[in-house]
Design a protein around this ligand. Sequence first.
Ligand code: GSH
Length: 200
Amino acid sequence: MKLYGTAQSRAFRSLWMLEELGIEYEHENTGSRTDAKTRNYLENINPNGKIPALVDGDLVLWESLAINLYLARKYDGGLLPKSLDDQARALQWSFWVMTEIEPPLIEVLMNRRGLSEPERDSAKADAAETALAPCLAVLDGALAGKRNLLGDDFSVADLNVASVLSWTLLGGVDLSAVPEVQRWLGECLARPAAARAQAL
Ligand SMILES: N[C@@H](CCC(=O)N[C@@H](CS)C(=O)NCC(=O)O)C(=O)O
């Protein structure tokens, strides 16, 4: 099994999952700008020219959170919820974080850190942070009275949502209005597997 993508990218999400599962894998430290644009990578790994990508036997898979859902299902590390209802909720939260949270969060991150200083627009970053607030409030409500998203146990739902939300720390998003999110995100990112993935 091989995972393509540097940990300083969305590949962190899948590296975190692999580290949680404790399975053997090869890490190809592919960067997004050049390595993911080679003819070989485009033809054989990911035609989108993006990272991460996973090769597991005959399966070549891209999209970070899809990779994680696959890994949780294939390798029993206890991260796939047991019931069909909770598996559906894991899908729901994964699609939600990609569609509702990631776009405004990228806007914050790019305009506070990613772009060169002259290109950054603090008004755009602030507007995107404002747009995030109702979504974060939804997450805060879902976490109230629960240790994790689907109950007591940490699952792929938590990993997928927290790995995207880890960018709130990089982007300086104020989480003080959503204390449950702050608590839960801190606990998720303090897991040894997350720290190992970050250090890769
Ligand atoms: N939705 C994809 C996005 C992948 C993605 O955009 N990865 C970035 C690195 S964080 C990339 O490879 N960018 C290269 C490019 O856009 O040319 C996923 O979550 O896997």
